[in-house]
Design a protein around this ligand. Sequence first.
Ligand code: SF4
Length: 271
Amino acid sequence: MPVTSLSPSRASDFMRCPLLYRYRAIDRFAEAPSAAAMRGTLVHAALEALFDLEPRERTPAAAQGLVPASYQKLRDRDGRVDQLFADGTLTEEAFLGGARDLIDSYFTLEDPSRLAPEARELLVEAQLEDGPLLRGYIDRLDVAPADGALRIVDYKTGKLPAPRYQSEVFFQLRFYSLVIWLARGQMPEAVKLIYLGNRQILGAVPTSRELDTVRLRISVIWDQIQAMIQAQDFPPVKGPLCGWCSFQDQCPLFGGQVPSFPNGSGGVTQG
Ligand code: SF4
């Protein structure tokens, strides 16, 4: 299937390791569920549902009350949830308890009764000239009632990385800012990343210069992806996150064999 779009996550994959990008964006190999990722999906769903309630009803108890229905929806949608408990190392109770802790953390960082988001789980897309369709989901978009200023809000269920590992975080938030800027013709006034894992907030004010720089960087990444598709060669690059990679069995740096390149990938789709 041709590849025509690029998301911040897949761009980060490519920058980390082109072979990882290939397996996720082109081969689209299934990956085993991770408890952290599933818990993150559950917490995002509960926080999204929280804003369906009237402002005065958005209490910690109400948010906790949304967990069972959000969990059931997740199980109905993704049969892999039950696999998390198959070997007995994680119990359902511990899994849900972790999600509940993260929801409690949210209330230490924001008061949702004072917010009126314009959108939640918003798909944003913008076509880059001579490049990919940029796309991604924004957890929440706030619009200031006074002046219409836009604020992008992203919930992270992990911990705020140490400063030396924050470049990827800033790349992603500038990526989202660029997509909003191109799609709406209005640059976001602010970006807010809410780290529930250690109850911290990272805020940034994007500038046009930064967004022009990230646009150029995306173009370079895209050209590299196209060249690697032509060559049918996505090299592995070892890094600190290899220990968590699902594809070690298919990675030559770990004694694995790279499968043949899939047919029909001469352009690029979801990235
Ligand atoms: S294990 Fe291999 S494929 Fe996975 S990130 Fe590391 S180098 Fe890339």
